[in-house]
Design a binder for this molecule. Structure first.
Ligand SMILES: Cc1ncc(COP(=O)(O)O)c(C=O)c1O
Length: 271
């Protein structure tokens, strides 16, 4: 499936694109099945919130229509939507009225081992720390160097994900996932107002878990909290939920709360 740039088939953007020059933009990675973009409202909500935060000029209705049309043409796969602030001459100054450039790209759904969801995964304890930046926290902006550094700390198949802490040592998330802990039947996840990404599946779980009788708490989490957890899992809007079996010397098994939420995630993501 060919890429679209600003609604037309095109596979290139110019060298003056601010996404390339400064990471000046946002993206969403959306699972598509049966021609439908999944968790679409959550993705568009995060994008809209990012546009407001970065003062990116985009028409939400146009973005929605394009994503729907592209997903329908894709059928199945991962749809990557990138919004950049468009082109500009050298220099950080930007035209406040320049419309955002819309890039849509398709790729196939990743084929993770079935054991990741059936049994669970081990997390690599990343040395790369997440810096605090409340202005950008929660957004899926194009500056992802921390994740690039963290993901390249390990090779091979022993670890499916990494654990990332912030510079204060608080436990935040995975390299491409959010992290949840369960303790005494309460679901915990890190506050992402200083750093981290406000995941679409995270948002859905936070909203729906209480309706399944699972209380939720968003707060700062420490390595001690991780050690004291009864269950741990990572999640994102493409693969759903993977139970966490271990990180460093810590060990868990997939518990009942994780399994219950996995069922929910599978329904939401058509897995
Ligand atoms: C750093 C990071 N955190 C969290 C997530 C989870 O986000 P979502 O649930 O929207 O896929 C991702 C997804 O790629 C991510 O890259």
């Amino acid at each position: 499936m060919h890429s679209w740039v600003d609604g037309v088939v095109q596979s290139q953007v110019g060298l003056n694109n601010r996404g390339l020059a400064y990471g000046d933009g946002l993206f969403e990675t959306i699972a598509v099945r049966g021609g439908q973009p999944l968790l679409l409202e959550r993705h568009l909500q995060r994008l809209q919130w990012g546009c407001e935060r970065l003062a990116l000029v985009a028409n939400p209705q146009q973005v929605r229509e394009e994503v729907l049309a592209y997903a329908a043409a894709m059928g199945e796969g991962v749809l990557k939507l990138i919004l950049t602030r468009g082109d500009s001459p050298r220099g950080y100054a930007a035209d406040p009225e320049a419309p955002a450039r819309r890039i849509l790209q398709a790729s196939s759904l990743p084929s993770y081992p079935a054991a990741h969801s059936a049994e669970g995964v081990r997390l690599y304890p990343c040395r790369t720390r997440l810096a605090e930046q409340p202005l950008l926290a929660g957004l899926k902006h194009l500056n992802r160097l921390e994740q690039v550094l963290a993901r390249n700390e390990w090779q091979g198949g022993d670890y499916a994900e990494g654990l990332m802490c912030d510079t204060q040592g608080r436990v935040i998330e995975g390299v491409y996932s959010n992290l949840f802990l369960v303790r005494d039947a309460v679901l915990y996840t890190a506050d992402v107002t200083r750093c981290g990404v406000a995941g679409t599946l995270r948002a859905e779980l936070l909203q729906q878990a209480p309706t399944l009788g699972i209380p939720v708490k968003v707060c700062d989490l420490t390595l001690q909290d991780l050690g004291a957890a009864d269950e741990a899992f990572v999640c994102n809007g493409v693969y759903g939920i993977w139970p966490v079996l271990g990180c460093d010397a810590l060990r868990w098994s997939a518990g009942p709360v994780t399994r219950k939420l996995q069922t929910l995630a599978c329904a939401l993501l058509d897995l």
